[in-house]
Write a protein that binds this ligand. Structure first.
Ligand SMILES: [Fe+2]
Length: 303
């Protein structure tokens, strides 16, 4: 477990002492969710009864995980598979140009193809074998501290339902496209997986102001991060990799791509709804991880 003896002079955590097993996962049956009323008004499926019922059904399968510890596969409909094929195919063309070879290979290694929606259970199995990261289904948008805290157990909470067919390029909430194309492949990278876990540790000890800082760090890396690769800039953030609009915008002249600076990033306020005018480019995942380790250790020792 993660709890340290008070007499231990070592930092609160290190890569060496954060092995996680399934038995370590907290037995949360309740989860603090964000109030999504507003989100639902903006949702393209808000007034489509059939869609809402289907979304609620898939959400109920996700919810079972916290009672049983077992991921339930979703029997996706032909229409849902069609949305996936359309979006995944178009994104793949952009990925060839704007994502790193590592990301493209990771997608393949996890069995994520453009042909069908991958099941969390399959991706979870492969992730565990590669970096001991895991996936836990979730039925909605979770409160920031709870969501980030799960990363400290090397676990990403992931939705299973898919966006509304009327606007395949857009979703106001995370869906299986955002998770499986945007987030999940990156966890096969050990440095990125450790980095994510550090953010999780941070969320468990942070005060409210520090939690906001962590939220910004997460936003400008995990969601909208860019990385240098052999002299070129590539996208690795899930918000970029899972959106045609964001990905094209990120490489356009209207974005300032700055070298990553942790101090600057944690103080950089952003708005969720607008395209980002500034993005940050890391030199490597290893460097990001080591810099973040020091930052999180400073939070942990001050807590
Ligand atoms: Fe996300």
């Amino acid at each position: 477990m993660l709890i340290e003896s008070v007499t231990n002079p070592e930092p609160t955590f290190s890569v060496e002492n954060i092995h996680i097993s399934d038995a370590d996962l907290p037995a949360f049956t309740d989860m603090p969710f964000e109030d999504i009323e507003e989100l639902q008004l903006d949702h393209p499926g808000a007034s489509d009864e059939e869609y809402r019922e289907r979304r609620d059904h898939i959400a109920s399968l996700s919810k079972k995980f916290r009672e049983t510890g077992v991921i339930t596969d979703v029997d996706y409909t032909e229409e849902e598979q069609g949305i996936w094929r359309h979006v995944a195919g178009r994104l793949e063309e952009l990925h060839q140009k704007h994502s790193s070879p590592f990301y493209l290979k990771a997608k393949k290694d996890l069995g994520i193809s453009n042909d069908r929606i991958p099941q969390l259970s399959e991706m979870n199995r492969r992730l565990k074998e590669t970096t001991n990261f895991r996936l836990a289904p979730i039925e909605g948008l979770v409160d920031t501290r709870a969501f980030l805290s799960w990363l400290s157990w090397r676990t990403m909470l992931s939705t299973q339902y898919i966006r509304h067919h009327s606007r395949p390029e857009y979703t106001p909430e995370p869906d299986i496209i955002h998770e499986a194309i945007g987030h999940i492949p990156m966890f096969t990278n050990t440095n990125f997986a450790d980095y994510s876990q550090f953010i999780g540790h941070g969320a468990r000890v942070a005060n409210d102001k520090q939690l906001e800082e962590l939220g910004r760090l997460y936003w400008f890396t995990v969601e909208f991060g860019m990385v240098e690769h052999e002299g070129e800039i590539k996208a690795y953030g899930a918000g970029l990799l899972s959106s045609f609009g964001e990905l094209e915008h990120a490489f356009s002249d209207s974005v300032e791509r700055r070298p990553f600076d942790l101090e600057q990033v944690i103080n950089h306020e952003f708005t969720y709804s607008d395209m980002q005018p500034v993005l940050y480019v890391i030199r490597s995942y290893k460097e990001l991880k080591e810099e973040t380790r020091r930052y999180i250790e400073s939070l942990a020792s001050a807590a």
